[in-house]
Design a protein around this ligand. Structure first.
Ligand code: IVH
Length: 723
């Protein structure tokens, strides 16, 4: 984590806030993907909530900086492409969260105030367990189940009709009189018993085990083969609805009674309450019974009972004003920290991991916890042999909350974070952030390619899309060739293309190992025919790979620079450097000079951090060797200087605002800059041109105020000749 990520919201400058919102949007989108599409979250719910709260807090302070892709506007991730899409006729929204009793009382008071209800007015609120599964919508036409879908991003989900049909709690035909169309919504979940049985089976069969029942339910419902779903013992609680041609009731409670009459299962614990005291009593009561329910719940949902009041209350962005989810606090336990292991990530970051005396937290055995980084250990003064409080909040990666100092054994010493890399022995350093002057949170190994933990990642970057772009040379092959000692550094990839027999041997060995594994699992012998077929496929694979490598023996300078994987040098910076030196020889000569840093720093768009990082890279002998070896294999093509003369925007200051549909913001910015324009973040007197897409707000108004020319995206494309 960078130090900016830890800065209190109230101390952020507007520029920092903008940066933070960008980071949070990106990071949360990534987590959404893990959670919703891969059913494999990598952070705890509590940590995710913390990100969301930080995002909202920044937006509250700087409303103008709210991004079009702000996580607060999103409900989940875009659906995965494996299933057909279903556009929800009524969006599937999510709920606001409350964590403290006080927030619940606030909710009730807010509802009363909004509706202008006097004290003597009886406001009925239903309290329902919040089922920790995944929500689904079920469409019934004339009482027959015709379509079922996941929530997806709230607007569009995945068609999982066939899988939902296998769930016995779900009536395929509604009992009694049914409306012409009606969508019942609720939660698909798995009981603890089924979850443990499933994981046992999965483990025996060498299949993926699930972190918790929610992920198991999600993974099961999103199976392409509905026979697998059918074997997974899923359940369904109905609690809400979507499109309805007629409403069979006037309250939430009566709707649930109707659901039961139609043949659905409604959670038996749901109650009607009349005050916040009663609500909170229900909550604490459920919290106590939680462990014995047999399925996971992560809180209680309160809903205004009367549907006419719900309608009056309406929605705010992604959640209804008439409901709130009161979450349970994280589950905790005490245990002893037996050791701290240091893992080296592929970017060289040293990550400490706590090895714990196994302890059960909320029904799950925990034996590891992340310690994040050096500062985290120091701040909490975590020492080996300490007794610590471990927390899981329905989560996957447990956290250490604090140390119980009273239980610290005599002689326990403060933990000394290693200053050398455990994988390769190189120095591990914390770089200073140029802007804040503070050390970065992460300590990194400086070994680069000589560090086995980093080599694979570097090689992967090297062959990646914006670098050498070698088709078919993905992570599996890189790992395989690296493990077999065939490629240690980039030049080896090209050497390998000259020795196809070595590639063939490696692939054959790999295949043999895989099929032996498979045979062991299935207990079947490999047939001759199958083996022959695989060998033929392999011959073709070798041929394709060699051809793909050979196609990249020529590369433009900017891609070459990007491929080297120099810290702080990405695609854009590599282009900037390339445009300055134009060819590889002058570039390398400059890097050997004593004035390299000053020279780089003087390039428009290159700052001191980048300049120093580039120089540091070339100061290392192993990096100079790497480049030398590579130049024996490939030809680096010079880049053309940008043609800005005759460009309609050369020297002008532009501002983009609103949504662009034909290209991303970064791409539009890069194109403008390539044409010699400056791209600014806000409109002022100095702005020459504003390119406004749909949804443009305050910037457009500013432009009009200053009399700045405004064009739309098509006008812009025409101007730069890209329409
Ligand atoms: S009502 C417009 N009721 O919680 C709000 N949701 O954070 C509709 N959930 O997406 C949702 N139990 O997956 C509602 N009794 C319950 C629930 C419940 C679990 C889930 C549901 C929803 C999420 C909201």
């Amino acid at each position: 984590m960078t130090s900016l990520a830890k800065k209190p919201v109230e101390n952020l400058t507007s520029a920092e806030a903008e940066k933070e919102l960008a980071r949070l949007a990106e990071e949360m989108a990534e987590h959404d993907r893990h959670y919703y599409l891969e059913d494999a979250p990598v952070i705890s719910d509590a940590a995710y909530d913390a990100l969301r709260q930080r995002n909202s807090a920044i937006e509250a302070r700087f409303p103008k900086l709210m991004r079009a892709d702000s996580p607060s506007l999103r409900v989940g991730a875009k659906p995965s492409s494996r299933f057909a899409k279903v556009v929800h006729r009524v969006p599937m929204l999510s709920l606001d969260n409350a964590f403290e009793d006080g927030e619940v009382a606030d909710f009730v008071a807010r509802v009363r105030r909004f509706l202008g209800l006097g004290e003597d007015h009886d406001l009925v609120i239903t309290a329902e367990p919040k089922i920790d599964g995944l929500s689904a919508t079920l469409r019934y036409e004339n009482g027959v189940f015709v379509e079922g879908a996941t929530r997806g991003d709230g607007m569009e989900g995945e068609d999982i009709t066939a899988n939902l049909r296998t769930i016995r709690d779900l009536p395929l035909r509604l009992k009694g009189k049914a409306p012409a169309t009606f969508e019942v919504r609720g939660e698909v979940y798995m009981t603890h018993k089924s979850f443990f049985a499933l994981n046992e089976r999965q483990e025996k069969e060498g299949q993926k085990v699930f972190a918790n029942p929610r992920n198991a339910a999600a993974g099961s419902v999103r199976q392409l083969d509905s026979k697998i779903t059918a074997a997974r013992a899923l359940h369904f609680f109905a609690y809400a609805w979507g499109e309805a041609s007629e409403m069979p009731a006037k309250t939430q409670w009566d709707m649930l009674q109707q659901f039961k009459a139609w043949g659905f299962i409604v959670n038996p614990l749901i109650r009607r309450c009349h005050s916040s005291e009663e609500i909170l009593k229900f909550y604490h009561d459920i919290e106590e019974r939680r462990a014995g329910l047999g399925y996971d719940i992560d809180g209680v949902v309160y809903k205004v009972d009367r549907l006419d009041l719900q309608e009056r209350l309406g929605f705010v962005s992604r959640s209804p004003r008439w409901a709130i989810a009161h979450k349970f606090p994280a589950q905790q336990a005490d245990t002893v920290l037996e050791a701290i292991d240091i893992q080296v990530g592929r970017t060289g970051v040293l990550t400490p991991v706590a090895r714990l005396k196994p302890v059960t937290v909320g029904g799950v055995v925990v034996s590891n916890a992340t310690l994040h980084n050096e500062d985290y250990i120091a701040e909490k003064d975590i020492r080996i042999d300490d007794t610590v409080v471990v927390q899981r909040a329905g989560d996957v990666i447990p956290q250490i909350v604090r140390v119980i100092e009273k239980k610290r054994p005599h002689g326990a010493q403060p933990y000394k974070f290693p200053h050398t890399c455990p994988a390769c022995g190189s120095h591990a350093v914390r770089e200073i952030d140029e802007k804040t002057g503070e050390a970065e949170a992460a300590r990194r190994c400086t070994g680069g390619l000589i560090c086995p933990a980093q080599a694979v990642e570097r090689l992967r970057h090297f062959v990646g899309r914006n670098a050498f772009d070698i088709e078919g040379l993905g992570e599996t092959y890189i790992v395989l060739f690296h493990d077999k000692g065939l490629i240690k550094e980039p030049a080896d990839i090209f050497a390998l293309a000259r020795a196809p027999e070595r590639v063939a041997r490696a692939l054959a060995e790999h295949r043999a190992a895989l099929s032996a594994e498979r045979r062991a699992k299935e207990g079947k012998a490999e047939t001759k025919a199958a083996k022959k077929k695989e060998e033929e496929g392999e011959g073709k694979a070798v041929e394709n790979l060699v051809a793909a490598i050979d196609r990249r023996r020529q590369i433009p300078l900017d891609r070459f620079i990007n491929a080297l994987g120099i810290r702080h040098v990405g695609e854009t910076t590599a282009k900037t450097i390339a445009r300055n030196y134009l060819a590889v020889e002058p570039f390398l000569a400059a890097m050997e000079s004593a004035h390299a840093v000053e020279e780089l720093d003087a390039i428009e768009g290159i700052g001191e951090t980048v300049a120093q990082a580039v120089k540091d890279f070339f100061d290392e002998k192993h990096n100079r060797d790497l480049v030398r070896h590579l130049l024996k294999e490939v030809e680096v093509q010079p880049v053309k200087a940008p043609r800005t003369s005759g460009s309609p925007v050369a020297g002008k200051t532009l501002v983009f605002t609103g949504t662009l549909t034909k290209m991303t913001r970064p791409e539009a910015k890069a194109r403008a800059e390539a044409l010699g324009a400056k791209v600014a973040g806000s409109v002022s007197k100095k702005t020459d041109l504003v390119i406004a897409g749909p949804g443009a707000g305050s910037k457009l108004a500013e432009a009009q105020k200053h009399g700045v020319e405004v064009i739309d995206e098509d006008g812009w494309l025409k101007m730069i000749g890209g329409a």
